[in-house]
Write a protein that binds this ligand. Sequence first.
Ligand SMILES: Nc1ncnc2c1ncn2[C@@H]1O[C@H](COP(=O)(O)OP(=O)(O)O)[C@@H](O)[C@H]1O
Ligand SMILES: [Mg+2]
Length: 371
Amino acid sequence: MIPLGAFLEVAADAAGAALIVAAIGLGVLHLWRGRSVGVQLAVVAFATVGATIAGIIAITLAMMISPHDRAVALTVVVVAGCVGLGVSLLLGRRLIAANRALAHAVRADPFVRPGRVLPAELAELAGELEQAYERLADAHQREQALEHSRRELVAWVSHDLRTPLAGLRAMAEALEDEVVADAGTVGRYHARIRIEVDRLTEMVDDLFELSRIHAGALRLTRQRVGLADLVAEAVASAEPLAMAKGVRITGAAERGLPLEVDAFELSRAVRNLVVNAIRHTPDDGTVDIRGEIQQGMACVTVSDACGGIPERDLPRVFDVAFRGEAARSPGGGAGLGLAIARGIVEAHQGEIGVTNEGPGCRFVIRLPVSG
Ligand SMILES: Nc1ncnc2c1ncn2[C@@H]1O[C@H](COP(=O)(O)OP(=O)(O)O)[C@@H](O)[C@H]1O
Ligand SMILES: [Mg+2]
């Protein structure tokens, strides 16, 4: 047994020597903090061995152990140190390899998580990178879809807006130059000019709405609206158009279902569906507007008797500037109504879809019901 006093003396000498080496080790680690983990682990191994050797030297100097014992102790420490260094270098290499695998995965497109087992921190980083990549890919896809519809819009503006403008100019010139002089034709020209101006105004208004939707600038002013009120209003506002075309319009809705929606925008979406339905339904046909709750969603359904939309057109009717064959006649719509309806519904976190049903087609708007 070592007496307590001698033991404390050994401990103090060893601790003093070890502290000096540790301080040097920490200094080197600080200077080399930008170096590879392999190098830093080697510094740790050297510092450990160095601290032990310094301790042994300190107690030898204090003549607590004999030269023979010192030689034995130093040999053991150096051998252990070599093993420690080897293990550190091996660990360093594994970390470097794992890091390289991760860097390689990040450079690859798409990001594929490295197949090897990664240390916990790097595995967490890989998970974060995977999610970041997915978010980036989503954003890129949205960006491309937006760019595509923007290009379509530009093409639309240059064609559909210019054609009626050219017609208006021709009519205005004819009136100015008095090429048309008889009262009947002059009256017809004036009426035609007014109709075209109304149509252009409507188009510019639609274009403005669509650009607000695409820019994400559609600010919804949500308020509580009953599903029944929404349907009743849609029927009432479409009645004059339906009557003029000889189309019957019916509506029904479950009462007492409050929705948290922008009533102005949503009415616009429903109106676009109803106007289409009336336009494509022959005289004597019926357009039906229905409001109900299905699977926890509020549904507004507009059914008509248009004879069905061609299967190949079904997935495209909501695209900007899409018009079916029959609708491409001069004076027809601009193909923006359904794109606007979809934009408004999606801004409400809802869905819009179309299927062919019975004598025509059925457009359905589904909206989340407010709590
Ligand atoms: N109720 C409907 N019945 C038949 N076809 C429809 C109906 N609604 C829309 N469509 C088709 O979808 C196209 C796009 O509709 P929309 O975006 O409202 O543009 P627009 O009414 O200006 O043609 C129409 O041209 C038409 O071919
Ligand atoms: Mg339309």
